[in-house]
Write a protein that binds this ligand. Structure first.
Ligand code: F6R
Length: 242
């Protein structure tokens, strides 16, 4: 696991965007694994900026998102499909038909999980997977206790995760209770993984991550067993790392 330190959120986003841009230029038909959440907003802003200024093209890129809430239609303002269109896809030249997100509105979510797993395989796997980290150490929506061996699956969201995401919804009640997420096994097949962390809210979990104990209690700790992981974190997120 390589650690790149950033002074603040903006610098973390710029460094992450540079890695993504490099990947897309090196391999124009890259498969990018994408995430949502606050951490990624600034990264996508930088990608959009770079696309406008430098013309980096995503015409042949394919994207697969980590997760989606169950029960929200793709056009629901809190769905991750809506987020991705809003912050990234509408502003770059990727055809929407090459952007994939689990369908949380599917009438058969178990079948949807299998379909999604096969889809990733049919794309040839993920070249670069971007991850945020939950305050409880989750990656995707793989909450503490999730076995490392599971592929894409349905999860019950932890109360702390629903609480953390409630800021995007009118009330906590409206935060969905379930989601579809790539499993840890799916994520670990990615050829390169980029984990981003910013702010004091992530300081405690980052300190735990850097204890280097691999345990399902801290899902992100599995990344210690992957050969090609880059962590970019800002000073606040690293403030409790000894
Ligand atoms: C989002 C995702 C989550 C977030 C994590 C951090 O697609 O999979 O694991 O990356 O919850 O969220 P933020 O960035 O909002 O702190």
């Amino acid at each position: 696991m390589r650690l790149i330190e950033a002074a603040n959120y903006e610098e973390m986003c710029a460094k992450a965007a540079n890695i993504i841009i490099f990947q897309v230029k090196e391999k124009t038909d890259s498969v990018l694994g994408l995430a949502t959440g606050s951490t990624m907003m600034g990264v996508y802003k930088q990608l959009v900026e770079d696309h406008r200024q430098n013309g980096t093209s995503y015409r042949n890129v394919r994207t697969v998102n980590l997760d989606e809430y169950i029960g929200l239609a793709p056009d629901h303002p809190n769905s991750y499909r809506y987020y991705m269109n809003q912050y990234l896809f509408s502003h770059i030249d990727i055809p929407l038909s090459q952007t994939y997100i689990p369908n949380g509105a599917s009438s058969d979510v178990e079948a949807e999980c299998q379909r999604y797993e096969q889809l990733i395989e049919s794309l040839g796997g993920i070249d670069l997977q971007i991850l945020g980290i939950g305050r409880n150490g989750h990656i995707g929506f793989n909450e503490p206790g999730t076995p490392f061996s599971v592929p894409t699956h349905v999860v019950e969201l932890a109360p702390s995760t629903r609480q953390a995401n409630a800021r995007f919804f009118p009330s906590l009640e409206e935060v969905p209770r379930q989601a579809i997420t790539m499993g840890i096994a799916t994520i670990m097949k990615s050829r390169h993984i980029l984990l981003l962390a910013s702010g004091t809210a992530k300081a405690a979990i980052m300190a735990k991550l850097f204890e280097e104990t691999v345990t399902t209690d801290v899902p992100a700790s599995v990344l210690h067993t992957h050969p090609n992981v880059t962590v970019i974190a800002d000073q606040e997120a690293l403030s409790l790392v000894p």
